[in-house]
Design a binder for this molecule. Structure first.
Ligand SMILES: Cc1ncc(COP(=O)(O)O)c(C=O)c1O
Length: 344
């Protein structure tokens, strides 16, 4: 029985082209900025995002961390969503390592932050308050149903931040999913942002790596901080080679993941005891609840696993399924069929 693993798009394996490119990559010592393949990837990433420069980092978490450390001093404050990955899932690195105070605003169901609320949260200059330095947004928003956030919102949020001299960082781990779903150029989502981090190792299928993009001064600082937190890599061109293919060839595969997500969401929503509104699904991430009179969440998960289907229990009774390149349409049909058998 073939496993159908929907726990995350990070599970994607490198493509054959990537494996070949990795094996044959021309490499050097990247800490000396002498790895031609890393240099090529960084240039391509900066061009994609419409920024001056970029730095290659081992993970999205490190990319977010060094971005925030670059923007903020110890004791500064960042405004970010209460459902953001940075706040919930990055081990409080910004607080533990950077002394940065997270000031949360409730995420709206579509992943945005209400901008009037954000404005109220920006601190006045007062002896008692930390300086608010940064606004961090997430696009697509993982825990808000993978919502893609419109360029107009991103621009309005950035304009508000600028009025108060705040910097703007975008956690764009899946920003190419947003661009594909909204049918916009990815640059349009970060035009006024000071920094953006995006991942190669999720739906884009590269084995490792993320990029941080911004102006030259910011990237010089971020590069130094990358070294400080142990992210200076040597012949990382072997990894960057896969990243170049991810950027050039894999973005176009995301559309299929989104249409498979639609099919799965509609199929699951039609079943008894599954609570899911397919209209909320716009990219490759689905969240749903089990509210079945006889089948509780543990039984549902276990019975799926017995049939070789893996999904992620995010909270008691709440599940996440993520579509990616290695999940075919017929596998999606099978997940719906098995779920129907379990919940019948
Ligand atoms: C929105 C978001 N930001 C950042 C990250 C962190 O990426 P990494 O797992 O490469 O550290 C993730 C990972 O899933 C994510 O979903």
């Amino acid at each position: 029985m073939n496993t159908i693993d929907l726990r995350s798009d990070t599970l994607t394996q490198p493509t054959e082209d990537m494996r070949k490119a990795m094996a044959e990559a021309e490499v050097g010592d990247d800490v000396f900025s002498e790895d031609p393949t890393v240099n090529r990837l960084e240039k391509s990433a900066a061009d994609h995002m419409g920024k001056e420069a970029a730095v290659f980092v081992p993970s999205g978490t490190m990319g977010n961390l060094i971005s925030m450390l670059s923007h903020c001093n110890r004791g500064d404050e960042v405004i970010l969503g209460d459902q953001s990955h940075i706040f919930l899932n990055e081990v409080a690195g910004i607080a533990a390592l950077g002394g940065i105070h997270p000031h949360t605003v409730l995420n709206q169901p579509d992943g945005t932050l209400d901008l009037e609320t954000v404005e109220k949260k920006i601190r006045a200059s007062d002896l008692h308050y930390p300086p608010t330095r940064l606004l961090a947004l997430e696009n697509t928003h993982n825990y808000c149903m993978g919502s893609p956030i419109q360029p107009e919102y991103m621009q309005k949020a950035s304009a508000l931040a600028k009025r108060y001299n705040l910097k703007v960082h975008v956690d764009g781990a899946r920003i190419f999913n947003a661009a594909v779903a909204l049918e916009v150029n990815v640059k349009d989502l970060v035009t006024d942002a000071d920094s953006v981090m995006f991942c190669l190792s999720k739906g884009l299928s590269a084995p490792v790596g993320s990029l941080v993009c911004g102006n030259k001064e910011f990237i010089n600082k971020a590069r130094k901080l990358r070294k400080m937190v142990g992210g200076g890599m040597r012949q990382s061109g072997h990894l960057a080679a896969a990243g170049i293919i991810a950027l050039n060839d894999l973005v176009k595969t995301l559309k299929k993941d989104h249409s498979n997500a639609q099919v799965l969401a509609k199929g699951l929503a039609s079943l008894k005891g599954i609570d899911l509104d397919p209209k909320l699904i716009k990219t490759n991430i689905i969240f749903f609840r089990i509210k079945h009179p006889k089948v509780d969440a543990d039984i549902f998960l276990k019975k799926l696993e017995d049939q070789g289907i893996k999904i992620l229990a995010i909270q008691p009774g709440i599940f996440r399924a993520v579509l990616h390149r290695e999940i075919s349409e017929s596998q999606v049909e099978r997940v719906i069929r098995v779920s129907e058998e379990i919940t019948n």
